[in-house]
Design a protein around this ligand. Structure first.
Ligand code: DX5
Ligand code: ZN
Length: 219
């Protein structure tokens, strides 16, 4: 079965610890953490101090999605703050190869993401080195948007390349995932589905149960 990674961007920050405990109680193993710099994306979210603080609360896998320009500058800081996996954006690096090399030196899983308009060919040379590829299914920057279906074609392409070349990355999708499209998403070959609004709007425990149920029946 695939993995569900709730994105805390949609959490109630006034009750962040409480929200995270609730996820753990429901058996969630991976937490998606969106870092935005107001430059690579228009919005600003949060940075190292928040991650460091929730690290003390949780033993979940921290999947840190860096939506920041030239992320090489901050890799070590995010590792120290408690990241288990770090995703950099191909579009955010002048030197993709060098940035990936720096990431690979860190004791975390290495992932690369592409925005909706970026083709898989933009990262094709690096696929063999990646633990995960994050396919953005909305323009990064905000939660609560609608999934762009063409992202699923990229998932299919990544799955095909993985089989053909013997690569081992996991495929993650992020943006607009909900109860109604999750079945289709999982059957297209996604390993990890990020969900913000669909997890945190309303009753978190019920949402997790419902989303997991859809995941189970799709696998
Ligand atoms: C968007 C973020 C997403 C976002 C997902 O830039 O990368 O992780 O929080 O939110 P929903 O699930 O509401 O689209
Ligand atoms: Zn994200």
């Amino acid at each position: 079965m695939g993995e569900l990674a709730p994105s805390i961007l949609a959490a109630d920050f006034n009750r962040l610890g409480e929200n995270i405990r609730c996820l753990e109680k429901e058996g969630v193993r991976m937490l998606h953490i969106d870092v935005m710099d107001g430059n690579f994306v228009p919005s600003i979210s949060f940075g190292m101090p928040v991650i460091q603080s929730i690290r003390q609360e949780s033993s979940m896998f921290f999947d840190v999605h860096l939506m920041i320009e030239e992320p090489a500058r901050y890799l070590q800081d995010f590792v120290q703050a408690g990241a288990d996996g770090i995703t950099i954006h191909a579009e955010a690096c002048k030197d993709i190869k060098g940035t990936l090399q720096s990431l690979k030196k860190q004791p975390v899983q290495a992932a690369m993401s592409i925005k909706p308009d970026t083709p898989v060919t933009a990262i094709q040379d690096y696929l063999g080195q990646l633990d995960m590829v994050l396919v953005m299914s909305v323009e990064p920057g905000f939660g609560g948007q609608k999934l762009i279906p063409a992202a699923l074609d990229k998932v299919a392409r990544l799955k095909e390349l993985r089989e053909r070349e013997g690569y081992s990355y996991q495929i993650e999708i992020d943006g607009g995932v909900n109860h109604s499209n999750l079945g289709l998403i999982m059957s297209s070959g996604v390993d990890i589905a990020v969900a913000g609004t669909a997890v945190f709007q309303g009753n978190i425990a019920e949402n997790i149960k419902n989303l997991k149920e859809v995941m189970e029946s799709a696998s």
